[in-house]
Structure formats: C-alpha cells, structure tokens
Write a protein that binds this ligand. Structure first.
Ligand code: C5P
Length: 308
C-alpha cells in the first residue's frame, strides 16, 4: 500500500477542569472529551523520490494559513513515526484538507498529527503497537493521544491518561466560532492569576494552578450518571469549562453566544478547550440544524456536527 486517507475529527470538551499546576509547568487536568463529525482529511502517499511535502488547503483547494513544512505538527508527527520505526521513506506527501476551525479549542492541529500517526502505521502494516503510537502522540502535544483514539473519553494528567466512557446517545451540536481567539498558554496563565488573586482576597493560600474559588467546576460523577442513563438533558446541564469565565472576562461575547445557543433550544452551551468555539448540545441533529439556521448572521462562523 502506498496511499492512505484518514479522517481527523475535531474534539469538544464536554467538561474541563484544571486541578493543579505541576512542577513541569503543565497543569493537571480532568476533561470529558468527545470527537465530532466536523473533521479534516489527511492523505498520506509514499513516493519514490523526495522531498517530503506537506500541503494544507481548505475544501475549495485554497492554501490555508497553516505552516506548510516541518513547522507543522503533522510533519513532526511523520518524522517522529519514521524515527520510531527506523526507516525514513525517500518521498512522503502529506495533504491536509482543513475544515476544523483554527484557534478554536477543537484540537485541529492535534487531530491532523494523530491522523498522520494512524495513517503511517497503516502504510507500514501496523508496525507500531497502539501503546507506542500513544507514546509518540504524547511527545507531540497534550491533546494528541486522545485524538489518536477519539470517542467519548475521560482524559486526565496532561490529557494523556485516557479512560473510555459510555458513548453519547444520538444528538447534535452547533458550534459557533467567533473571530477572536486567545492563545492556550495565555489562558492557563490567566487562570493561575485569577486563582492567586482570589486566594489573596480571601486570605487563603492559593490552590496552586486550580480554578479560582467560586468558579463553577464540572461534576464528573453527575456527568457519568448522565451518560450511563443516556440522559441528554442531564448532560446538557453538566457541560462545564473552568476556562469559560476566564475567557468571558476578556471577551464577553462568549456569554452572548452561550445565551444565543440556549435561546434556540440547546440543552446546554459551553466553551470548548481554551476557545474560542462555544457549542450547544441539542436533542437531535435536526434540532441542531434548525438552530444553526437561526444563528447564522450573528457574526460567528456556524457549524453543525454529530458525535463520532
Ligand atoms: O501540550 P501542548 O503543546 O498542546 O500545550 C500548549 C500549552 O498549553 C503549554 O505550553 C502549556 O502552557 C499549556 N498546557 C498546560 N497544561 C496542560 C496542557 C497545556 O499548562 N495540561
């Protein structure tokens, strides 16, 4: 086999909590992750002569704003894979068709890198075990291991400790991508700062790295109960992200988008990752499609998706 195509689904954080700051500078997380049908497509081709090439365009074939070479995480994933199997092909073409919005909190770059790992492993007849692929994925970024597996998962540690959770019942999502975004590292720093400020005001020691006291945090037991019972309404009520208030402080539009989604019948609406996509959960895909039609024109890019 010389050619494979992999879908690279984007993810939503149905819940996201930051537990503490670690000595390595990363944060200890607990997240409920879900892949969705809004996906990039990654095609890999082994070619007899070099060089290695990565191209990235949108569905209409227009080149995107992404780095087209070794600076792209997907290219680094290919290098890491080849180093692990001890073989670098003369020529390799990586073609990415982008549909997942960028700087959205949907792990688009991580999804592409994970698809490269999966795709190369198919091209090389499953040379690496799943554990080895996950190990390589963790070297590329915190969300990449989850993106290798996808589905409904609890992610802990930096995001690499993965436990499958019950699948979501059939439902729909509306995703709103506003024009603004905020770098992930800056939002973690803002969360730390807010926690320190709140601790100083209350006279208590700062809970190092965790969300500020008073910030609503996810109830994972309730979320697990909602999934065990296939209860979408309870899942909607349980959607929670500790970055929500931090981002809303800088961009109050986050709250307006949540409101707008709830007004169109969403069972819950929340920020994913560090944003800036705000998504709503709907009882059916058709309900999500109808809501999306109402929301178009509000200044955000609107997408409809199902869990995958
Ligand atoms: O691992 P990744 O490169 O995706 O992370 C981007 C940035 O997000 C890190 O440099 C760090 O500032 C922050 N981060 C964190 N704790 C995590 C994941 C990411 O502090 N668990």
């Amino acid at each position: 086999m010389q050619f494979v195509t992999e879908q690279a689904p984007g993810k939503l954080n149905l819940a996201l909590d930051v537990l503490s700051k670690r000595p390595d500078g990363y944060h200890e997380m607990r997240m409920l992750m879900q892949t969705v049908s809004l996906c990039d497509t990654v095609s890999l081709r082994l070619v007899p002569t070099g060089p290695w090439q990565l191209t990235c365009c949108d569905e209409a074939g227009r080149p995107g704003r992404l780095p087209q070479g070794p600076e792209n995480l997907a290219y680094r994933a290919a290098e890491l894979f080849c180093r692990a199997i001890g073989h670098f092909p003369e020529g390799l073409s990586i073609e990415i068709t982008k549909r997942i919005p960028m700087q959205a909190g949907m792990a688009g770059g991580s999804a592409d890198a994970a698809a490269v790992l999966r795709g190369l492993n198919r091209l090389y007849d499953g040379k690496l075990s799943q554990d080895k692929l996950l190990d390589l994925a963790a070297q590329l970024g915190s969300d990449v291991p989850y993106c290798v597996l996808g589905g409904t998962m609890l992610a802990e540690g930096r995001g690499e400790i993965l436990t499958p959770w019950p699948r979501l019942p059939s439902c729909g999502f509306v995703l709103c991508k506003p024009a603004f975004s905020c770098p992930t590292g800056a939002l973690f720093a803002a969360l730390d700062e807010a926690a320190r400020g709140a601790a100083a005001r209350s006279g208590l020691a700062a809970a190092d790295g965790a969300a500020a006291p008073g910030v609503r945090r996810p109830d994972f037991a309730a979320l697990r109960g909602a999934l065990d019972g296939g209860d979408l309404a309870a899942l909607g009520r349980g959607l929670c992200n500790v970055f929500g208030p931090v981002l809303a402080q800088r961009h109050p539009e986050v709250l307006a988008l949540q409101e707008a989604l709830l007004e169109t019948g969403a069972l819950g609406a929340q920020l994913t990752g560090t944003g800036s996509v705000v998504f709503g959960l709907y009882p059916t895909f058709d309900a999500a499609r109808a809501a999306a039609a109402q929301l178009r024109g509000n200044g955000a890019n609107i997408f409809v998706a199902a869990p995958v």
